[in-house]
Design a binder for this molecule. Structure first.
Ligand code: NAX
Length: 348
């Protein structure tokens, strides 16, 4: 059984309660029965991603395995049991053509994990195949206003691959998530300064979602003061701070015995919500177009300002010191190497 349930048939008019004036937003999620999915779906259905007045339809996509589809069925039962007023339908499928149909947002969470003894290049290629197919199908069947957010690793390169397959949807519709890294950096700065988390502003992530990422602390402020003044321990900023943020994922695996899931789901809620909220400035991996010294063809984290819901412009003009430039060069080198490993998968 490939489509196990469609509570709400696609392409049929919705009967909304009179109080809900807006039409539901269709959100397609791959890897929906995975760890991150298990935290994410409930947040979306509760209104955390698109606001308390926007109904949603969840289009859940899993790998074509009995076990995955069975698990998905269980998750959908739990979603039903939450009786979320905003949740207007659930689609469960292992066929991306059905799952991405008419989707306004496509959240690409599912990916193949790195197996024992697997080389990074093999991981890139195996995942590349998934993202080629998904990029093509999204381009073909998703809504005209479709936006894509990639979480599955290696997120930046997977996003680049998916975007390269699209003819209808422009590259700016494809973003990858570095928000978890921004959130991690914000908390580390607040703790070190002994300040409230909300006092930390303008901490942005540049580059790859990997340990080479660069949280540009020199531009951050804490309680209105430069972070480099609020925190006088610059050895910490240039060393342990960067290391803690960069290797936080590994530290969580070591402690929890499983990779970050709830915090990753939370970061994806932040990523999409802020991309839907004009005026928000936040870290997103986007096609670099050569900004901040990145190779023009790679997807790199950088600060963006949301202009209209779903659209953004890169915030340019942050001055980079020599230290920052060195760090950006390192993370750019890694992105360029990842691109070289999958270059034959990219469509011109
Ligand atoms: P899980 O292994 O728990 O779940 C992944 C799910 O994806 C599985 O249920 C699997 O059946 C499904 N899947 C695999 N291939 C699929 C396909 N072609 N179509 C649809 N579904 C498919 O992993 P989870 O912990 O949820 O992590 C998901 C991804 O997020 C991983 O690649 C992980 O590395 C990545 N992460 C990215 C982060 C980021 O900040 N960008 C942070 C967290 C996380 O590590």
């Amino acid at each position: 059984m490939r489509v196990v349930a469609t509570d709400f048939p696609l392409n049929q008019p919705l009967l909304l309660t009179p109080t809900m004036s807006t039409s539901p937003i269709r959100v397609a999620i791959t890897g929906a029965a995975g760890q991150i999915g298990y935290s994410l779906l409930f947040r979306i259905a509760s209104g955390a991603m698109f606001g308390p007045d926007r109904p949603v339809i969840l289009q859940l996509i899993e790998a074509p395995f009995e076990k995955a589809m069975k698990a998905l069925e269980g998750v959908a039962m739990e979603l039903d049991d939450c009786a979320f007023p905003l949740l207007k339908g659930i689609v469960m499928t292992d066929q991306p053509e059905i799952g991405f149909k008419d989707a306004n947002w496509c959240l690409l969470v599912g990916a193949k994990p790195r197996g024992p003894g697997m080389e990074r290049a093999d991981l890139l290629k195996d995942n590349g195949k998934i993202f080629i197919g998904q990029g093509q199908i999204i381009d073909r069947v998703a809504a005209d206003d479709a936006r894509v957010a990639v979480v599955g690793n290696p997120a930046n390169t997977n996003c680049m691959i998916a975007a390269s397959q699209a003819k209808r949807l422009t590259p700016d519709r494809f973003t990858a998530m570095v928000r978890l890294d921004q959130n991690r950096a914000q908390t580390q700065l607040a703790k070190k300064a002994g300040a409230d988390l909300t006092a930390v502003k303008n901490i942005f992530i540049y580059g790859n979602h990997s340990p080479t990422m660069f949280p540009a602390f020199a531009h951050a402020t804490i309680g209105g003061q430069k972070a480099t003044e609020a925190i006088t321990d610059h050895v910490w900023l240039k060393g342990p701070f960067l290391e803690t943020v960069g290797k936080r994922g590994a530290a969580i695996i070591a402690a929890r015995g499983a990779s970050s899931a709830a915090s990753a789901a939370n970061a994806l809620v932040d990523h999409v919500r802020d991309l839907m909220t004009p005026g928000k400035i936040h870290s997103v991996a986007v096609k670099s177009n050569g900004l901040y010294g990145f190779d023009p063809e790679v997807w790199a984290g950088m600060p963006v300002r949301t202009t209209t819901p779903g659209a953004y412009e890169v915030v340019t003009g942050y001055e980079m010191c020599d230290f920052c430039r060195e760090k950006i060069a390192l993370t750019n080198k890694e992105l360029v190497e990842e691109r070289a490993a999958v270059v034959e998968m990219l469509k011109a």
